[in-house]
Design a protein around this ligand. Sequence first.
Ligand SMILES: NC(=O)c1ccc[n+]([C@@H]2O[C@H](COP(=O)([O-])OP(=O)(O)OC[C@H]3O[C@@H](n4cnc5c(N)ncnc54)[C@H](OP(=O)(O)O)[C@@H]3O)[C@@H](O)[C@H]2O)c1
Length: 278
Amino acid sequence: METDFSKVLVTGSSGMVGSYVDFGIKTDHRSLDVTDLSEVLRVSEFYKPKVIFHLAAETDVDRCERDPEHAYLVNSIGTYNMAVAARNLGAKLVYISTAGVFDGTKKEPYTEEDEPNPQNYYGRSKYLGELIVKSVLKDYIIARAGWMFGGGPEKDQKFVAKIINQLDKPEIRAVNDKIGSPTYAKDLISGIKKLLVAGRTGIFHLSSKGVCSRYDVALSIVKSLRPSVKVLPVDSSYFKLDAARVCSEAMISKEDLSRPWQEALEEYLDTEWKPFLK
Ligand SMILES: NC(=O)c1ccc[n+]([C@@H]2O[C@H](COP(=O)([O-])OP(=O)(O)OC[C@H]3O[C@@H](n4cnc5c(N)ncnc54)[C@H](OP(=O)(O)O)[C@@H]3O)[C@@H](O)[C@H]2O)c1
């Protein structure tokens, strides 16, 4: 069946990933609170979407650690509510999950077949969301993303923006003892669109290709935007964070839906940052 993108109901669309969604009925926290089941059912019954694209989440990993109840409410119960709405309508659900569902002990990048074992509350609440989606629905896409970047100066609050915001300093410190797979949010959306058009279901890893440390990402940013700045590698113990980060969030996919992270990052910096930097 052909995908009619005008019949996609999007949650959490005012966030970083949502900024690349150029289709469907876009709701935000104000117009649709995913933790409110009666509101979820009312809004979904009204629009009768064929696909629910569920982006709404509490993505502040340290806030989740300080307030696990809030993490479970938004990321697990909110996902349950959207799954129930999808089941009632016979709609497909797209749920974005994270490499943070894994325990980080594997030496090679994680595949879709590896067993999750989350180590912090963000990861637990997102993994519970995955289990809920799988138990409530047959027709779903669980798209796991890695270290996300995107959104430009307005929406990016993640690592890439944090490095760019320090470019006026002579030196920047970045962690080099943990690895992951960066993910351009724009590519994540185009990968999901391809999966929808192809009528696929199941779990998919949709990070950019490749594995690196935050230090490697910082080096690439500095090289592209301000080569005079020095990047110093530090251990993760240098930054005191509430939530534990595992040693590896590296991912690989059974599909060929992405490009190398360096290429994606370069495009992101060129198109979404350089026009705004002095
Ligand atoms: N960012 C990452 O590094 C990353 C990595 C892997 C996977 N993901 C997943 O990707 C998806 C999109 O994340 P993102 O990066 O776009 O995060 P984001 O920028 O934090 O956006 C999340 C959006 O969800 C909204 N939201 C929060 N609570 C809500 C609620 N109760 N009802 C409705 N909306 C609510 C937020 O609105 P307010 O700000 O107004 O509350 C925000 O606009 C999430 O499922 C996330 O778990 C993200």
